[in-house]
Design a protein around this ligand. Sequence first.
Ligand code: SF4
Ligand code: SF4
Length: 276
Amino acid sequence: MKIAILSGKGGTGKTTLATNLFKTRNQGILIDADVEEPNSHLFLKPLIMERITIKKGYPVVNAETCTLCGACGDFCRYNAILPTKKKVLVYPELCHDCGGCQLVCPADAIQYQNRTIGNVFYGKMESGLSVAYGDLLVGEVSGVPIIENLREMTDKEPLVFIDSPPGTACSTVAAVEGVDYAIIATEPTPFGVSDMKLVVEMLRNFSIEMGVVINKAGLGDQEVYEYCEEENLTILAEIPFSKAYAKCYASGGMLSDEFPEFREKMEQILDQIIKD
Ligand code: SF4
Ligand code: SF4
């Protein structure tokens, strides 16, 4: 079973939820697909055993054979290749490595070269549980190839927890595609609700079953509860705001180790999702 933990925006407790659910269940693998800002490993503290460099292709144009016909630029949806009157400009960091410009080039003037865009790290916790995370290099726009590599790593795992990127961009889509269940971490504020609506819409487009965990319950207003009722969304748990929780998180601690009542909440969520 693959369970994604995601949120409309950062800072809603997504990683806390993902790491503590994983540690409470004490089974499977956790992958941190939030490759722009991975931090699950800071809490789970795996011993890194393997590092994989992730590369992505980009087009290189042979000026000798290029006729400056413009077909590659017309094809590219990402403005990564731009024919001008004198030469073809290429912006490797915008390229999604789709291969299309080479296919449409009538002069066979395009070849591809690889460049490093980030890394995947794989390790084990003291308990033997596996953890993997991706790290996108600064300045790169798409972490999708890194997320795909992380997902391939979990193909044969019976239970996978995915700490997804926040929002609904391509990287989030890559992280949640094909998961069996999605947990949305949100908070009871108007911002929390508006960002969450987009996530719900995206998950419905993929027909992914979902539930909601409300963090910082007790602060804010009722809007998130009203929205969940209107949309028939299951509230899996409410986690109250606590200064002691915030302090533990800030020092890199695991709430499920320190607070029995928090661990019970994690068990309550897992019981609703995983049917043994
Ligand atoms: S499609 Fe090929 S020939 Fe035409 S501008 Fe691009 S690289 Fe040059
Ligand atoms: S490979 Fe695809 S994304 Fe990259 S420049 Fe060519 S058409 Fe654009």
